[in-house]
Ligand binder design. Sequence first.
Ligand SMILES: NC(=O)c1ccc[n+]([C@@H]2O[C@H](COP(=O)([O-])OP(=O)(O)OC[C@H]3O[C@@H](n4cnc5c(N)ncnc54)[C@H](O)[C@@H]3O)[C@@H](O)[C@H]2O)c1
Length: 344
Amino acid sequence: MNNYSNRPKIVVTGGAGFIGSHTVVELWNVGYEPIIIDNFSNSQPWILDRIKQLTTNDIQCYDLDCANQVAMEDLFSQLGQVIGIIHFAAYKSVSESVAHPEKYYANNMGSLQTIINIKEKFNIPDLVFSSSATVYGVADHLPVTEDCDLKPASSPYGETKQLGEQLIKDQLETGAIILRYFNPIGAHPSGLLGELPSGVPQNLVPFITQTAIGDRDHLQVFGTDYETKDGTCVRDYIHVVDLAKAHVAALSRLLSTRRTDVYNIGTGKGNSVREVIETFEKVSGEQLPVKYVDRRPGDIESIYADCGKAALALHWNATYTLEDALMHAWQWEQSLKIEKSNAA
Ligand SMILES: NC(=O)c1ccc[n+]([C@@H]2O[C@H](COP(=O)([O-])OP(=O)(O)OC[C@H]3O[C@@H](n4cnc5c(N)ncnc54)[C@H](O)[C@@H]3O)[C@@H](O)[C@H]2O)c1
């Protein structure tokens, strides 16, 4: 698959975003031709230059809303044979989804239904869909397995992931893989790609790196009285490059069996908020100003994945450590600071 024109084409919606951009690079590295569709509602066009540096190629990118069925049909009728779609494009802020549920249902459900219609109309064999561990709510048991009951969603964002899974199961008996991500963190080891949170980050790691670089006064830790090893919440932090590789593995799986299925993608380990902070301080040499405050409504105590099913069927395992992920996230934050001061 070395000749560019002979590379099998994979459309990556949301391919300029955090997880999408890393996945585009991994797809290129193993011989696919990734084609990005992104409307840059939560990403920056300059990410494409970074992708070019990593792939030494211009990756095709279409600035398009994937919920726009007419525009999407027009594009796919010009793309030639596409063998798979990885559908990342969605809004992802839990708090914004509570404030503006209509925006989340329209974008997240509208874009997924359009993608399913396109898959059927253009006979595209494979689809990989981004779901989330949020579908488990307070899990029946830990580590959580894929057959655990799904719980009523605690936000419209979470609801769009549950409904999205159902939309796929109802309409695609074959040819779709749903990946339930745990907590994606980290950045590309090159320092060229990473997360670009807009506004105040909702996730722990960008908050840590923004505090360490001086953009935030202090880091708030919500709750120290949970029934966990040190009283703080426990999550399963997965390096974004490992997560990107899980999508490549899912495509390979679909090539060998058309079965629609669902997989957890995490490390299988739970780390507490305190452990993440201490590990960051160790790898970066920075001391974080931390304030311990009351629990935040809606946070669940502890969740981490059983990834045995993905290991067995996708032949995929996480390889990066928490130390690696935090070091890469810190390098990315520092490179962003240089980028911002050059632009100023
Ligand atoms: N990052 C996480 O913590 C996490 C966890 C679980 C699941 N997910 C899911 O993974 C997917 C990717 O997440 P991410 O962190 O890379 O998010 P991101 O916001 O960085 O990337 C999403 C990309 O999709 C684009 N987009 C959104 N709506 C679009 C539309 N209608 N048409 C075209 N482009 C559109 C955005 O501009 C952005 O580039 C999302 O579906 C998200 O819900 C993310």
